[in-house]
Design a protein around this ligand. Structure first.
Ligand code: GRF
Length: 212
């Protein structure tokens, strides 16, 4: 059965668009229920609205340091749209145990590195400084620790001579757009992740979707 997916974004929302595009496919097991952002200037809001998907901004600033109160406001929006599974896609705020607990086993994140290498920010520049020869992206279940949690799938790209953080980011982003829908589909199906063509390395372990 099709699951209703909510997406949290803070910026341009290209990963959201990739998910939304995949969800238009007849056999895709998810429908985009709502996009929520903490940032009124997030360009992903317009992308969502153009795609006919409800998009809501809950600006975090009026909540000051009360991150949980901000999350509770977002949670109200998610629940009012019938969201059953939550995807973080460039959501740039640390989560409190409240939201993580509310979506335990049902919240996915995409991170632009091959975790557990390079959690946190500036992953592409750090990979270059470290001399990494392979870089990539990871989709994982969200736990209380940032950029940790069981890995559901990864996609790898080569680091090429002359790469800058920008060229490397672009190569990784193209893979993110393929990986996230593939992992979401597999996660919801509770089956093995289909290995797509190309340079990607996909974790072939089956994962069971948690009951909503
Ligand atoms: C992506 O690189 C994602 O992995 C990271 O933030 C970026 C968001 O890009 N978490 P977009 O907003 O999906 O275009």
């Amino acid at each position: 059965m099709t699951k209703r997916v909510g997406v949290l974004i803070s910026g341009r929302g290209s990963n959201f668009s990739a998910l939304a595009e995949a969800a238009r496919g007849a056999d895709f097991p998810a429908a985009m229920a709502v996009v929520v952002t903490n940032d009124p200037s997030a360009s992903g809001l317009a992308r969502a609205r153009e795609a006919g998907i409800p998009a809501v901004c809950i600006d975090h600033r009026p909540y000051g340091r009360n991150r949980e109160a901000h999350e509770r406001a977002m949670q109200d929006v998610l629940l009012s749209h019938g969201v059953e599974l939550l995807c973080l896609a460039g959501y740039m705020r640390l989560l409190t145990p409240y939201l993580v607990g509310a979506w335990q086993g049902r919240m996915l994140n995409i991170h632009p590195s091959l975790l557990p290498s390079f959690p946190g920010l500036h992953t592409h520049a750090r990979a270059l400084v470290a001399g990494a020869k392979i870089h990539g992206c990871t989709v994982h279940l969200v736990t209380d620790i940032m950029d940790e949690g069981p890995i559901l799938g990864q996609a790898a790209v080569p680091v090429l001579r002359g790469d800058t953080a920008e060229t490397l980011a672009a190569r990784v982003l193209a893979q993110e757009h393929l990986l996230y829908p593939a992992v979401l589909k597999s996660f919801l199906a509770g089956g093995a992740i289909e290995p797509p063509a190309g340079e990607r390395l996909i974790n072939p372990l089956p994962h069971k979707a948690a009951a909503p």
